[in-house]
Design a protein around this ligand. Structure first.
Ligand SMILES: O=P(O)(O)O[C@@H]1C[C@H](O)[C@@H](CO)O1
Ligand SMILES: Nc1nc2[nH]cnc2c(=O)[nH]1
Length: 301
């Protein structure tokens, strides 16, 4: 009997079977659209669109900028499945639940996973609108373990470890049919795909806004205090967000090739004198502004 955190191998394959009954496509590439980046879904040709709430056992998206639809079809001739809307731990889902779609993608035959997100720039050299190829990550959630105090805290100068942390997505009993108990995470982000992404960006004339860096995932939904941004910078992070790492780990757990990009939608504040408030609306607006560039980049890759 399955004693771990769900979903079981059988449930994942049951969901995949249901989806196979709703679409003729058998994708090998999976794409996850970050906040405000779902427009790529409009470019999928001859699409079969399946809302999450019509898929048994599937969590639904609750965040503005995430439509909550799976899009199957063709992108430049390649058969893809695209998540137009991802799931975040801060929505109230346990971490494992946010990655059910990634497990299902693998069961559908997906071998390569392209993750996108909106992120705050921690590296002071990064500007709003920059595109960062994810070279590596920090799984803050996994490093810090499960914290019973998760949630927001509105004092001005504090480090809210509860808000920063969550739990490692691979916590719980391990089913070897998915992957190994202990996962080596060196080399999570695929070098060859990163090279390809960099080449594509340069060919599109995006070289000036192209960065490479380390993405750190925090639990959210609070944006960072100044003290937290400083902490993350000292940890070696270049950009911070509330997603992606769990998906990457689950993808790697199942042997998928993983690569990804972050759109820097705001600069995190490292100084009290210049500190300004970040909003989700601002994040979505920058996503809109860079939508065409990101879509061109995804197509070229
Ligand atoms: O889904 P992503 O990681 O792109 O979304 C980021 C993190 C929060 O969900 C949201 C904050 O504006 O954008
Ligand atoms: N944690 C975090 N996530 C983001 N997503 C988009 N911008 C940000 C940010 O500044 N911080």
């Amino acid at each position: 009997m399955w004693m771990g955190q769900g979903p079981s191998y059988e449930e994942v394959h049951e969901i995949a079977k249901t989806l196979e009954g709703k679409t003729k496509y058998r994708p090998t590439l999976g794409i996850v659209c970050g906040s405000g980046l779902g427009g790529l879904g409009d470019l999928v040709e001859e699409a079969d669109i399946i809302p999450y709430d019509e898929i048994p056992h599937f969590p639904v998206s609750t965040v503005p900028g995430h439509m909550g639809k799976l899009v199957f079809g063709k992108l430049k001739g390649q058969i893809v499945v695209l998540m137009r809307g991802r799931l975040h731990c801060y929505e109230g889902y346990p971490m494992w639940k946010t990655t059910i779609p990634i497990r299902v993608m693998k069961a559908l035959g997906v071998e390569t996973l392209f993750l996108t997100n909106a992120a705050g720039g921690i590296n002071p050299d990064f500007n709003t609108g920059d595109i960062m190829i994810i070279r590596d990550h920090i799984d803050f959630a996994g490093l810090s373990g499960e914290c019973v105090l998760r949630g927001a805290n509105d004092e001005r100068d504090h480090i809210d470890f509860a808000g920063l942390s969550g739990e490692c997505v691979l916590r719980g009993a391990n089913d070897e049919r998915f992957g190994p108990r202990f996962l080596a995470t060196v080399g999570t982000w695929d070098d060859a795909m990163n090279e390809l992404a960099e080449k594509a960006a340069k060919e599109l004339g995006l070289g000036d806004i192209l960065r490479r860096g380390v993405y750190v995932m925090i639990g959210g939904p609070t944006f960072e205090t100044v003290a937290e941004s400083r902490l993350l910078k000292n940890f070696g992070a270049d950009a911070v967000g509330m997603s992606t790492v769990a998906e990457a780990l689950v993808g790697r757990h199942m042997g998928m090739k993983v690569f990804g990009i972050s759109l820097i939608t705001d600069k995190c504040c490292l100084d009290y004198t210049t500190a300004k408030v970040t909003t989700h609306e601002e994040v979505l607006a920058i996503g809109q502004k860079r939508a065409k560039d990101l879509q061109s980049l995804a197509l070229k890759i």
